[in-house]
Write a protein that binds this ligand. Structure first.
Ligand code: UTP
Length: 304
């Protein structure tokens, strides 16, 4: 069933989607509903990620979930009883919405029994990748990087510079302490920098740049070997950034591509609500009334 790697325009067949985290910052909603299924307007965040993977030319999502988050996998299955009901009721638009997630991409489940960290989650996918896949493409489902398609540009950077390519965006001084910040050296391109290190959530004075990590990675397959050599870091978890740092220390080229567009963090209410507003006011059906209603809510709030 698998197509050879040459048939994939950006040489990415599989996109790894780590989705086994606890979603602590979104409790109590995430007590029973995986945060990856929370809707942005009407579409779960993980389906937006599937669209991005399809745009990259991938045909498989390796979704890492925990035993208690199996609803994520169910979202990519057909649902015959619901489909029959929608057909009987003539609700063909809704039928199309229900069917599409099962049709756009194949999903391979990978189980992470305990949330031992993002690095651990990525490491579990090694056996899912075919022998001809030289890159490990990772998309974090709680990060929306817009407009969709940054990984395609990152693939072009990897073709030019080799090694691994990460996505970064520029943050203001007051935000540096919220993110992993890259230490970089410039290249001939304004948008591409060579990474010399990473600092997790630094104080402004210690921040080596204003370039923050976004949840998109094109990692050389060597990352799997590096992940086996790291020990638990921040929070007692196996950190993906520690494995990337190991590669950098050993001379492996790692570059960032600066994303000049938008980014939404769906992993907590503070980022999720603006994402819903942003998508909502642009929605062809709900947009016009939503914009009017939101303006009215703000006007009323400001008068209080
Ligand atoms: P986050 O730290 O943003 O997600 O990890 P989280 O752990 O669910 O969040 P909080 O801190 O509890 O609120 C980034 C991504 O990595 C996945 C998460 O599901 C998320 O998509 N992840 C994280 C795993 O798959 N396994 C882990 O052990 C940790």
């Amino acid at each position: 069933m698998d197509t050879p790697i040459e048939n994939h325009p950006h040489l990415v067949k599989t996109v790894v989607v780590p989705a086994a985290g606890l979603g602590t910052r979104f409790l109590p909603a995430t007590k029973t509903v995986p945060k990856e299924l929370l809707p942005v307007v009407d579409t779960p965040g993980i389906e937006l990620i599937a669209d991005e993977a399809v745009k990259l030319g991938a045909t498989r999502l390796a979704v890492v979930t925990s035993p208690s988050k199996q609803g994520i996998l169910a979202h990519f299955n057909r649902f015959p009883a619901l489909e029959e009901t929608l057909i009987e009721e003539g609700k063909m638009d809704f039928l199309a919405k229900v069917v599409r997630s099962a049709e756009i991409i194949n999903v391979t489940p990978v189980i992470q029994n305990k949330p031992l960290g993002l690095g651990h989650a990525v490491g579990l996918t090694e056996d899912v990748l075919d022998a001809d896949e030289s890159v490990v493409a990772v998309m974090l489902p709680d990060d929306l990087v817009l407009p969709c398609g940054i990984m395609n540009d990152m693939a072009a950077v990897r073709a030019e510079f080799g090694g691994s390519v990460l996505c970064a965006f520029e943050v203001s001084d007051d935000k540096v302490s919220d993110y992993g910040i890259f230490a970089v050296e410039s290249t001939a391109s304004d948008d591409v920098h060579r990474v010399t290190g990473m600092v997790e959530k630094p104080e402004l004075a210690d921040a080596p740049s204003r370039f923050a990590a976004a949840g998109r990675y094109l990692l050389d397959r060597e990352i799997f070997a590096a992940l086996k050599r790291i020990t638990p870091g921040a929070g007692g978890e196996l950190q993906l950034t520690d494995a990337i740092q190991l590669l950098i220390d050993e001379g492996h080229p790692v570059h960032i591509l600066i994303h000049r567009g938008k980014r939404h963090d769906l992993g907590n209410p503070r980022g999720y609500i603006p994402a819903c507003v942003d998508f909502g006011i642009r929605h062809p059906e709900y947009g016009p009334t939503l914009l009017r209603d939101i303006k009215a809510i703000i006007a009323e709030f400001e008068e209080e």
